[in-house]
Design a protein around this ligand. Structure first.
Ligand code: HEC
Ligand code: HEC
Length: 331
């Protein structure tokens, strides 16, 4: 074989390996925006920022304080605690597969993950930094400074670049569930899960709002939840100021829902069984409630099958290197 032929052969083998790696690595399509920014170094930088408590006014709160890897990156507390132990008003959702989303926060006030990340960094009750303080904190760490410099080529990082790194990391947090494998015709569901799926898309009416690859239309509406602590929350209204948006919340994705208790925007339902009972009785608050939420008259067997389906929305474990920061973090 000539040198040239040998090189072509190596190149072809490389391409084939890349195609196989994609086919094997994830059956999900890459999320929007992941192509250009899916740079391994940027993802790792974003990961280290995500876990770094230095990025907060009291040095004790990181993104991971409220989005905990061991809870599918959600918060097991009904509402989160930010800097100086300030209580938030809403439950922190999972961010696995959120890279496929189009609206972020329960009221949909951010359209991109970059824009979203500005929120917690600067919220006085969450991480409590000004954009300038956030950049100064990052620039004070030689390893971060070097990483930003080698990726973006500038002397000092900008706030926009900090949010880009965080978003690049979040776009790497994608993983399929048994439901996805069924949807893509890769694997059948077990019998109880299949019965639950038929209920979800039929008698239980869940699909009227929870549909598509990630089981959400991201529509704003009220299912009549939040009779407890959430009663003062204006929801979508606080963003649009339109009276018809009073107490409407974004339909959440149900990916990993078995791992993200408690539930609803205010964390007012403790278990998935409580959620199923809630829908079975047609919601709690009548005011503003969507016409599609009605009593369901589910039997106890049907409730069990529906729960089995919700459990099949749990994604495969993410690679270990995405679940913790690098060990050589200079302080
Ligand atoms: C103090 C707790 C806390 C911290 C710190 C925090 N979050 Fe959150 N996060 C929340 C809560 C609560 C919500 C829902 C808030 C809302 O809807 O108004 C949320 C929402 C989100 C969402 C939107 C999810 C969706 O489906 O709409 C993303 C993405 C997210 N956070 C990423 C981050 C990133 C990145 C950081 C670090 C820069 C971070 N969070 C820091 C509590 C926190
Ligand atoms: C009319 C639209 C609609 C229907 C029908 C519907 N949902 Fe929802 N679902 C929503 C909205 C909106 C929320 C957020 C409500 C809130 O926080 O106030 C939600 C929240 C949830 C949550 C909480 C998720 C979380 O992370 O906190 C679960 C679980 C859930 N729904 C499951 C179901 C199941 C199971 C069914 C069928 C029995 C169903 N939904 C029917 C729109 C709907």
């Amino acid at each position: 074989m000539t040198m040239k032929r040998a090189r072509v052969a190596v190149l072809l083998a490389g391409c084939l390996a890349a195609v196989l790696a994609f086919a094997d690595g994830s059956i999900l399509p890459p999320p929007p925006g992941a192509g250009a920014t899916a740079n391994a170094a940027l993802v790792e930088l974003g990961r280290d920022l995500f876990f770094d408590e230095a990025l907060s006014a009291d040095g004790r709160v990181s993104c991971a304080s409220c989005h905990r890897p061991e809870h599918a990156f959600a918060d097991p507390r009904p509402v989160s605690l930010g800097v100086a132990n300030q209580r938030g008003t809403r439950n922190a959702p999972s961010i696995i597969n959120r890279a496929y989303g189009r609206r972020f926060f329960w009221d949909g006030r951010a359209q991109t993950l970059e824009q979203q990340a500005e929120g917690p960094l600067t919220h006085p009750a969450e991480m409590g930094l000004s954009p300038r303080q956030a950049v100064a904190t990052v620039a004070a760490n030689p390893r971060y400074r070097e990483a930003f410099q080698s990726h973006f080529g500038a002397q000092s990082p900008t706030f926009a670049q900090v949010t880009q790194a965080l978003a690049a990391y979040e776009r790497a947090l994608v993983s399929p569930s048994p439901f996805h494998r069924w949807l893509l015709r890769k694997q059948p569901l077990t019998d109880d899960v299949e019965r639950g799926r038929v209920l979800f898309f039929g008698k239980a009416r869940c699909h009227l709002c929870h549909s598509g690859m990630h089981l959400t239309t991201e529509e704003f509406l009220s299912v009549g939840a939040g009779a407890g602590h959430g009663a003062q929350d204006g929801g979508r209204f606080d963003i649009t100021m339109r009276p018809e948006d009073w107490r409407l919340f974004k339909t959440p994705s149900l990916t990993n829902v078995a791992r993200t208790a408690p539930y609803m925007h205010d964390g007012s339902l403790a278990t998935l069984a409580e959620v199923v009972d809630f829908y079975d009785r047609g919601g709690d608050i009548a005011e503003n409630k969507d016409y599609r939420v009605i009593p369901l008259a589910l039997t106890s067997h049907e409730k069990r099958d529906l729960l089995a389906f919700l459990n099949a929305l749990t994604t495969d474990p993410l690679p270990a290197h995405l679940l913790k920061p690098s060990t050589h973090q200079p302080r």
